[in-house]
Design a protein around this ligand. Sequence first.
Ligand SMILES: [Zn+2]
Length: 338
Amino acid sequence: MELPTLAYPARTGQGTLSVNSCCVPLDSSSSSMTPLPLGSEETMTDWRTRLVKKKVLIVDGAWGTELINRGLKPREVPESWNIERPEEVHSVALSYINAGSDIILTNTFGGSPLKLAKKGLGEKTEEINRLGAEISKKAADGWSLVFGSIGPTGELVKPLGTMTESELVSGFAEQAKALAAGGVDGIVIETMMDLAEAKAALRAVKENTSLPVAVTMTFNKAGRNYATLMGVRPDQAAAELEKVGADIVGANCGAGIDLMIEVVRLMRPGTSLPIWCKPNAGLPELVDGETVYRESPEKMACQFRTLVRAGASIVGGCCGSTPAHIRALVIERDKLTH
Ligand SMILES: [Zn+2]
């Protein structure tokens, strides 16, 4: 098996790895973005085997900003690029594989039929999700595992909203079956705010596939406490999602790695499952009409060990994180085992 081709766009600013201010300086080879050497024994194994071997698995970073860098317009539906611009989607996947991700996701976060229907793409649900899976699998080429991304529908379950649980389950089932048909190695249900919706998505995946499932929710700080917008606490999320069959629980998005450490500390006593977390590269700030994330790869790398000590064992980045952030995490992770 050959190493994936290096197709790495030149980066400046946030994406540049420079001297690491509080950890060991990142050596010059780290900024060259050469693919990490992988032994053949590390290919084609499941996530549990990889986790035991590597102690911590590194997931990918943000897809939205990477697609925008490749020309995605504000009104375009990112998932439509699986049909219209598959080479660009492939290039994002490859950039995270080249950064050293053990697991990459798919460009299907908004791919539930309930969400796609609002954009006039409901009929394309199967194609969009299957292609999203196939593109990431092709880029991974056995080097990384691929987890199919399932995001929230934006709808609330009755009585707070108009959706019934069975409507949600059947929508998520359609998405999950298409991701499975595209060959994903697992599913991640992410950015969930509402336990009812998270459980509906989990049920849909479990009833329609035999894939391992990670479920991650988004927590914000409210006073001294952390909760999702719908009031779910980290320990509560972890315990309840484990009870209904999640293989991995965790948190993604939010306000940066420092707050994520607190969330993971709170989540850890609630579950015996591995904790997956993908913090944003800081809190989003609006500067001259553009959303900016200020946490650098070095900042994430500095906090990596603390995050792992808090209980995380599968770590990546959410909004604002780049392949350079992921590369910095991979370098820190490799120091754990060497
Ligand atoms: Zn995010």
